[in-house]
Design a protein around this ligand. Structure first.
Ligand code: FES
Length: 100
């Protein structure tokens, strides 16, 4: 068995799935798309390891903000972002350093 696999992700972003669920999505034109999926689509990322960056949904991170989604930027994990519902995806991507 191989001991490792390559992903070539330039960065990894962890998005709380439960926050997204609580907002009923919260992003996209109708506000029904979860942040992770909306960001992936916005940046035209391929799936999984094939993407230029990884946007991964994770379980509750224990912050549970109202009307926002907790996001951890793997490259700057000391400060977590609380992305308000419906926030501009260009701005979010910029803040996460995801300008691909
Ligand atoms: S529900 Fe998202 S941090 Fe707890």
């Amino acid at each position: 068995m191989r001991a490792s696999v390559r992903s070539n992700w330039s960065n990894t972003v962890l998005v709380c799935a439960k926050c997204s669920k609580k907002l009923g999505g919260g992003f996209g034109p109708k506000g029904k798309v979860p942040l992770a999926r909306a960001l992936r689509k916005h940046l035209g990322l391929k799936k999984g390891r094939k993407g230029a960056a990884g946007i991964v949904e994770v379980k509750c991170l224990g912050v549970c903000p109202r009307g926002a989604v907790t996001v951890v930027n793997g490259a700057a994990s000391r400060e977590w972002l609380l992305v308000p519902e419906g926030a501009d995806l260009d701005a979010v991507a910029g803040e996460l350093g995801l300008t691909l």
